[in-house]
Ligand binder design. Sequence first.
Ligand code: SER
Length: 426
Amino acid sequence: MKQMTTEEIKNTFLDYFQNNGHLVIPKSGIIPKNDPTLLFINAGMAPLKDYFLQKTIPPSKRLTNYQDCIRLIDIDSIGDSYHGTSFRMMGSWSFGDYFKEESIELAFKLITEVFGFPKEKLYATVFVNDGTLPGVPDDFESAEIWKKYLPADRIIPSPPSDNFWGPPGDSGPCGPCTEVFFDRGESFGSTNENKDILISGRHIEIWNAGVFMEYFIDEEKNISLLPQKCVDTGAGMERFAMILQNKNSIHEIDQYEIPFSYIAENVLDLKWSRIVFDHLKTSLLMLQSGIKPSNQKEGYLLRRLIRRSLTGMYLNGCDLQKSNDFLSLISEHLEKPTGAYVKDEEVVSIFSNESGLFSKMLKRNKKYFDKIVAEGNLTGEYAFALKATHGVPEELVRELCNKYHITFPEDDFLEKMTQHKEVSKK
Ligand code: SER
């Protein structure tokens, strides 16, 4: 495999598609324009939706770019080695031009000949309908094409839950996809309880190498054909870098290494250090895009990320003031290479205000948290009082319980909440 910096990986990907007749287009911001179905741009294709629907004509039938994306759907996976709530997606598209044959060939050649991924460590998944998506046939065609490049036992049939992509929001273009996985080796896992061929953490999806966009799903979940057959691909830049730079996680790649190691020196638990880095990074991206913490929609998600990063710092004995330094370091190392993650005066002031309020809440309630930890027990009544009387977010209490292996009193807590709602109604 070729050792490459993240910058080189990005340029190699874009140059390859440009040399194969694709026009390089600029990326968009993370706030969708004229698309009420999405809170954030969550894939490279999201800003291009109208091209698939032929509502507007693309500047070329073949496009490529890279795009900042936010995917909060993955929030519970953060802390592992390869998920992030924000990442950069390298993408390529065909609008009514080539379809499965050329797209798989383009993908395989780029991965093996240009990036030098060894062929024997690659797997491809193909769509096979388990009946959950009526009207969409199995993708035998892609399986046949892959046989030119990979042995049959490394072409893995996958159900719609894994291999039908989109729409990105409530409605839009979508289709069966074929994904490329890289085997990081036995040290990342030898087997799992279901004896799956692809083991999460060991076999990493490096590229959704072809969403064969043929369908449209509307808000009532009706499926119909798109006016033209298109291809949409997306590869996580950080995952490529993790593998080509032989790093254990996406957080350790060249561009992230300095801010992440500083956070990891201060937040000693590995999982939490990844969460703190990831959440602060995504918070910065949101703040610089003009989102402000609030109790609704995007603002709520930003608030949740800031609070959860401070929770991670608190639970691991890290001085909460350091969150400002962490943010500065992330910006310092990412602003230039990404053209995003900008920390200006307004960002600092909003972040300091939000983190300051949450830090005060944490300090005010420390005595109650300490009591729970000392007793190794939490009652429903106590959990309810923390939330209702002291304004402690439920998520924080759950994280505290997790950290100290204390059972969260689900039933009693729910009962207290229900009683409270009944009383409030009267
Ligand atoms: N839209 C697909 C994805 O996000 C391919 O880019 O995986």
